[in-house]
Ligand binder design. Structure first.
Ligand SMILES: C[S@@+](CC[C@H](N)C(=O)[O-])C[C@H]1O[C@@H](n2cnc3c(N)ncnc32)[C@H](O)[C@@H]1O
Length: 338
């Protein structure tokens, strides 16, 4: 049996994890990995390039060398493979995620987790008096970083969704709360017969497709998914329902159900609690939903109940090679898919 002192080092590492997050977020904000993209630099060169205090930057770099993000060979600092992942624009970049941590409102909300656990309230709203969506609307810089982060985080999942689901029976698709449209982009690229619309709030929605060649089959629409969505054969809702409590999810699903074309399907793409191999991802994301937007991650049965409350039925769960699954729902009733 492991005694209390034997694993105290592991616990200490866990407890001190916030320091790594903080150091990474500053490196990302300064753009150190971008500066190192063309080759090694000295700390003095880096400090000049990013506008930092040389001696203090050396202390930050020293920490990030110890965790394997940068290498230091006799004063020549370079990206390791981890450091490469903090570069802008590389597939799967973690720089936007790291930059979101620079927002003091978000950082403080996680410091308020105890309040959520004691009361069940959303930490962000309890602390700042405003929900995350209104906050982002009022803070364009944070809004832009959040949207970049969603695009970066959804990039791999978007491709996996496009590969895992058969869209051949449909003509029109709407990416509900689609932000910059990364999921729609992947689905349209894999399905030449589809036309699609990305739908989101006016201050968020993409103005042009990520892949320029998709423009003839691509459109954008601004609005509120609690009030309306454009009609479609398929709705994609990726990382939408987990942002909201049950009653609000049912409202969104009802709005989609009302506008769904006959024979259509609603695809909810989420990290489903209890999916083997992804337990930690889903559990941490669940806490993040508690702290920030006031939503939650759910089990397959809990999604089935949401669909049923909105007059829909869960038809199947399609796994992807990522941490997310596709929950397919159609209008309840035996004749709709005929
Ligand atoms: C977690 S992000 C998911 C973005 C995208 N689906 C993805 O996975 O990359 C949630 C999205 O819902 C949008 N959203 C929030 N409230 C909305 C509303 N009332 N109407 C339309 N979109 C909304 C946000 O602007 C944001 O883009």
């Amino acid at each position: 049996m492991i005694g209390p002192m034997e694993n105290s080092g592991d616990l200490e590492s866990m407890l001190m994890g916030y320091r790594v997050s903080a150091a990474l977020s500053v490196a990302a904000e300064l753009g150190l990995s971008d500066e190192l993209a063309t080759g090694p630099r000295t700390v003095a060169e880096l400090a000049t390039a990013v506008g930092a205090d040389e001696e203090t930057l050396a202390r930050l770099v020293r920490v990030l060398v110890t965790v394997g993000v940068y290498a230091d060979n006799d004063g020549a600092v370079s990206n390791t493979p981890l450091g490469e992942g903090l570069r802008s624009g590389v597939p799967g970049t973690q720089r936007p995620l790291a930059r979101t941590l620079q927002d003091p409102a978000l950082w403080a909300a996680w410091g308020h987790l105890g309040h959520s656990v004691r009361t069940g309230e959303t930490a962000f709203e309890a602390l700042h008096g405003v929900d995350v969506w209104t906050y982002r609307q009022r803070q364009p810089e944070h809004n832009a970083i959040f949207n970049d982060n969603m695009t970066a985080r959804s990039w791999k999942i978007a491709g996996a969704v496009a590969a895992a689901y058969d869209f051949s029976g449909f003509h029109t698709v709407v990416d509900v709360g689609g932000g910059q449209g990364i999921v729609l982009d992947a689905v349209l690229r894999s399905n030449d017969h589809l036309t699609g619309t990305v739908f989101d709030r006016e201050h968020v929605v993409a103005t042009e497709p990520e892949t320029a060649a998709l423009a003839p089959r691509w459109s954008a629409a601004a609005g509120d998914f609690f009030a309306e969505v454009p009609p479609a054969d398929v709705y994609l809702l990726k990382s939408i329902l987990h942002d909201w409590p049950d009653d609000r999810c049912v409202e969104i699903l009802r709005v989609c159900a009302e506008s769904l074309n006959p024979g259509g399907a609603i695809l909810v793409i989420e990290a489903v609690l209890g999916q083997p191999g992804h337990e930690a991802d889903a559990a941490f994301s669940d806490l993040n939903m508690l702290v920030l937007p006031g939503g939650r991650e759910r089990t397959e049965d809990q999604y089935a109940a949401l669909f049923a409350a909105a007059g829909l039925q869960l038809t199947r769960l399609v796994d992807t090679p990522t941490r997310m699954s596709i929950l397919e729902a159609v209008k309840a009733g035996p004749l709709d898919r005929a």
